[in-house]
Write a protein that binds this ligand. Sequence first.
Ligand SMILES: *[C@@H]1O[C@H](CO)[C@@H](O)[C@H](O)[C@H]1NC(C)=O
Ligand SMILES: *[C@@H]1O[C@H](CO)[C@@H](O)[C@H](O)[C@H]1NC(C)=O
Length: 479
Amino acid sequence: MATLSTSFFFLSSSLLLFFLLCSSKEGYALEARKITERHLLQHTHITFEISSLLPASVCSPSPKGNKRASLKLFHRYGPCSQVGQDKANAPTAAQILSHDQYRVDSIQSRPSTKNGLQDSKATLPANSGRPLGAGNYFVTVRLGTPPKELSLVFDTGSDFTWTQCQPCLGSCYQQKQAIFDPSQSSTYSNITCNSAQCSQLRSSTSTSPRCSSGNTCIYGIQYGDQSFSIGYFAKEKLTLTSTDVINDFLFGCGQDNEGLFRGTAGLLGLGREQLSIVSQTSQKYGKYFSYCLPSSSSSSGFLTLGNSGVSSNVKFTPLLTKPKSPSFYFIEIEAISVGGKALSIDKSVFSTAGSIIDSGTVITRLPPNAYSALRTAFTQQMKKYPRAQPISLFDTCYDFTNYTTVSLPVISFSFSGGVNVDIHSGILYFFSQSQACLAFAGNRDANTVAIFGNVQQQTLEVVYDVAGGKLGFGAGKCS
Ligand SMILES: *[C@@H]1O[C@H](CO)[C@@H](O)[C@H](O)[C@H]1NC(C)=O
Ligand SMILES: *[C@@H]1O[C@H](CO)[C@@H](O)[C@H](O)[C@H]1NC(C)=O
């Protein structure tokens, strides 16, 4: 069992502050208690101090758990981040949300085949590729011998892990840590072109591998927003914690990399296909992992590989596979309630295109009928608050300028198997006190897959028992 700490990539641009439920740790703990109490009492509304929703500027990471092999997970643009502190370069909320839409578009219209990757990025196909969002959570791992620290975007929606590598033959973007140099590691080796591993690249990157003159297998992966990484396919010693070491971990040593990875060294793929870290460590960790995404940029969550025992409040829903989208984790949403009242949505609204859970999509996307029912019920229960202008993905926004507290209806999701998950942390998306929006969006049509996104997963213990075919949710695992 290895636990990594997940990090929240948070942003705070000079003009546009974007806040989720940020608060001081102490404040949040109080809130959490209040929520629980009210919950027992009425189960329908939660009251927040507005100030507790504003972003924190001081890092107060969650106390370290008792799990020795935990990786910390942080949001990228918050005070706890070691990679996104450069405020001038931090994306705005609008950029984050437009990248979120790129990701959703590529998830929803995933290309099934791809031409071979050419040498020049100019020849890469446009507007297609693997999903990549704003990538707002990361974990820090160590690669090579001696081990070098690398912070990688944490992504359950893709499989292939890569990091920028010296000598950056094409180009490397700026990253916080030193760029990995394979010539300085005694455990690095290239994968050859005719190896079985090389041929696994096709399914994990949607691109056929190429071969260098030195017989090294060359990968290329392109994301839906046209970010990409191209380089040598290699294996290396990956150190998660002092006791959790993966020898011969297959990864991309990226010689030409571009995109909105800003500050991080690359990407850690936790999808369910062959080359993901989940698949590569199946002997060691049994295709089992769990995480908690912090709601605040000033606290940390975790990523644990392996089963260390889950909290007693975790309830499991079946994890489904769709042969057409083998990397994604499908679950079944059956119903939604707002303020304790079930929305009248036919089950078929959700079953038509299915639903996935994704760590890389920021905002939950719902079928159009489900979203409009949610919006109607929410606005009815929020009548007393003045509305604000729609912005970005959001059409239902409020102005809380004249309030010090706000009472929100609890939004609850029912998943198959009788699993009810109350959303506490991801009801509103705060741009500012005068503009906070219902943090959900509708799909453009009824046939596109619904996505349970990371804002709505915050603070939950999310458990992926891939081998056991089930996914668990528990409340209040991190703040
Ligand atoms: C890996 O392959 C590349 C390209 O063939 C080569 O330049 C590099 O020296 C190789 N590295 C090692 C450690 O074999
Ligand atoms: C807040 O209160 C002030 C003073 O009563 C009023 O002028 C203003 O319109 C209010 N703003 C909102 C958004 O309700």
